[in-house]
Write a protein that binds this ligand. Structure first.
Ligand code: TMP
Length: 205
């Protein structure tokens, strides 16, 4: 079986860059690895992503969480599980912790509702390791100022503060799965920290 590693964090934490660097490092060690993202990762899930991320809309929060889970179900069944079964490692840019942070902590969906949706959509699948790239909200927003803002990035600052709190709360509840990485550091230091955690967790060198 491959390993499932998710990267989480607020907008502007540098997940995409760090995933690319970790994928290169694993590749160099001869580990078969794919990179993917949520919402998205299959054509159908990317279509749902457009609804959620690119278009203006005012979803009911539970409906929004359900759309994220429809996309996740697609992604898990068609891409993540087959890769893991074939021994390929999966580096996923966001996974269900983003639903907990954004839809529950940010938008008010009950934690029990997220957990019921999760069980229904993906069963017991959990990341083997989650790296939380943590950065203060203002610093993350500074980094994304120059690119086109997504629907979530346009949401108010208070929501983003609650999202960060949500991620940190998950990390404190599940320290064996989730490791917090200081993402305010320069990309090289963050990459070294990420490699160190992965090497230790999976006994690689
Ligand atoms: P990103 O892939 O550029 O980070 O953008 C995806 C956006 O979608 C991001 O702002 C967070 C949001 N999101 C949720 O609100 N819930 C989720 O379950 C996921 C996966 C993402």
């Amino acid at each position: 079986m491959g390993q499932l590693i998710s990267f989480e964090g607020g907008d502007g934490a540098g997940k995409t860059t760090q995933i690319a660097r970790l994928a290169n490092w694993l590749d160099g060690l001869g580990v078969p690895v794919i990179r993917t993202r949520e919402p998205g990762g299959t054509d159908e899930a990317e279509a749902i992503r457009t609804l959620l991320v690119a278009q203006k809309a005012d979803w009911d929060p539970l409906a929004e969480a359900m759309l994220h889970y429809a996309a996740r179900r697609e992604h898990v069944e068609k891409r993540i599980r087959p890769a893991l079964t074939s021994g390929t490692w999966v580096l996923c840019d966001r996974f269900y912790d983003s639903t907990i942070a954004y839809q529950c902590y940010g938008q008010g969906v009950a934690l029990e509702d997220e957990s019921a949706l999760r069980q229904f959509a993906i069963g017991a699948l959990r990341p083997d390791l989650t790296l939380l790239l943590d950065i203060p909200v203002a610093a993350g927003r500074d980094r994304t100022r120059d690119r086109r803002q997504s629907r979530y990035e346009e949401m108010n600052n208070d929501l983003h503060l609650r999202v960060r709190e949500g991620f940190l709360a998950i990390a404190h509840r599940e320290p064996e799965r989730v490791t917090i990485i200081d993402a305010a550091e320069d990309p090289e230091s963050v990459a070294a920290a990420v490699r160190a955690v992965v090497a230790r967790r999976f006994d690689l060198s």
